[in-house]
Design a protein around this ligand. Structure first.
Ligand SMILES: Nc1ncnc2c1ncn2[C@@H]1O[C@H](COP(=O)(O)OP(=O)(O)OP(=O)(O)O)[C@@H](O)[C@H]1O
Ligand SMILES: [Mg+2]
Length: 283
C-alpha cells in the first residue's frame, strides 16, 4: 500500500436503542493515497454505519463509543476527525472527503436544474470562487464523468438513472477531495451501465489520484476494481487484504462462503474494468 491518507483504528459504533446494537465493532483499516478499497459484506453488516461514522455524519441513536479516525494530509499533518469542531468539519467534508450516499441518485432536487445544484454546492463550500469559475468547474466535472455539459440545463427527471448517478459522482468530485466514499453507487443500475460507471471511476482515479472506499455487497465486482478488499461480518472487519489475495486465499470462512456462492469466479481476476491499470499498486 502507498502512504496512508486515512487511518481508522478500533472504531466502534453503537445504536443506542432500547436493545443497543453494536453495528461496528472495533474496526481498523488504512486507506492508501489513490487506492480503491472495497468494503463488502451482507446487508446489515455495518458498511453504511462505518462510512457515516468515518465522516461524522452519523445521527443519534448512533454513537461512536471508541476508536479513532485520522486523516493524513499531503503536507504530513494529521487531522483527528473525531475531534474536529463543527465548522472545521463542514469545511473538511467536501474539500477533503466526500461521499456518494446509498440511493443518492434519487436525492437530487427535482425542481432544480443539475447546473443549479452543482453551483449551489460550490457556493456553499467554495465561497471564494466567482460565478464564472463555478460554472467552468461544474461543466468540467460533469464532462469528466461522461455527461455532456448541456445537461447543466436539465432537470433530474430528464436524465437516465445512469446519468443521475454520474451527476452525484460529479458532485462529490467538485472540490477535488482526497477521499471519496461511495456507498453502493451502482447497485440500482443495469449491469451494462454499472460497468461503464465503474470503468469511469477507475479511470478518474488513475487520472486524479484520489482514494476511493467503494461499498457494495457485490464481492465479485470488487475483485475486478479494488486494490484491496475489506469484508465486514456482523459489525467486524473479518478480512482485509489485496484483491488478488482475497480471491486466491480468503482467510475468513464467511469470505470463502461469499466467493463460493459465485461459481463463475474461477481463474484470473476479470480485467473488464481494470484494463490498463497496473498491479503494482495493490502490492
Ligand atoms: N437508526 C438505526 N437504529 C438502530 N439500528 C440501526 C439503525 N440503522 C442501522 N441499524 C442497524 O445497524 C446495523 C448495520 O446497518 P447498516 O445500515 O450500517 O448496514 P449495511 O451493511 O450498510 O447494510 P446494507 O447493505 O443493507 O446497506 C444493522 O443491524 C441495522 O439494523
Ligand atoms: Mg448500507
Amino acid at each position: 500500500m502507498r502512504s496512508p491518507v486515512l487511518t481508522v483504528e478500533n472504531l466502534t459504533v453503537v445504536y443506542e436503542t432500547e436493545q443497543p446494537v453494536t453495528a461496528v465493532r472495533s474496526a481498523s483499516l488504512q486507506l492508501g493515497r489513490g487506492e480503491i478499497l472495497g468494503l463488502a459484506g451482507e446487508s446489515g453488516c455495518g458498511k453504511t454505519t462505518l462510512a457515516y461514522a468515518v465522516n461524522r455524519l452519523h445521527q443519534p441513536p448512533a454513537r461512536i463509543t471508541g476508536g479513532s479516525v485520522v486523516f493524513h494530509d499531503r503536507d504530513g499533518g494529521d487531522i483527528d476527525l473525531l475531534a474536529l469542531k463543527d465548522e472545521a468539519l463542514r469545511r473538511f467534508r467536501w474539500s477533503q472527503l466526500s461521499m456518494v450516499f446509498q440511493g443518492a441518485m434519487n436525492s437530487l432536487n427535482p425542481v432544480r436544474t443539475i447546473g443549479y445544484q452543482l453551483d449551489d454546492t460550490l457556493k456553499a463550500h467554495a465561497p471564494e470562487m466567482s460565478r464564472a469559475e463555478r460554472r467552468a468547474r461544474s461543466r468540467e466535472v460533469l464532462e469528466r464523468v461522461g455527461v455532456d455539459a448541456v445537461r447543466l440545463r436539465s432537470y433530474p427527471h430528464e436524465l437516465s438513472g445512469g446519468m443521475r448517478q454520474r451527476t452525484m459522482i460529479a458532485m462529490a468530485m467538485l472540490l477535488q477531495p482526497q477521499i471519496m466514499i461511495m456507498d453502493e453507487p451502482t447497485t440500482a443500475l443495469d449491469v451494462v451501465v454499472q460497468r461503464e460507471i465503474l470503468r469511469e471511476i477507475v479511470r478518474l482515479r488513475d487520472e486524479l489520484d484520489f482514494a476511493v472506499v467503494f461499498i457494495t455487497h457485490d464481492l465479485p465486482l470488487l475483485l475486478e476494481i479494488a486494490d484491496r478488499i475489506a469484508v465486514m461480518y456482523r459489525g467486524e472487519i473479518v478480512e482485509l487484504d489485496t484483491a488478488e489475495q482475497v480471491h486466491r486465499a480468503a482467510k475468513h470462512p464467511y469470505t470463502r462462503k461469499l466467493l463460493e456462492s459465485f461459481p463463475s469466479l474461477t481463474g484470473d481476476r476479470g480485467d473488464f474494468v481494470r484494463h490498463g491499470h497496473g498491479e503494482e499498486r495493490s502490492a
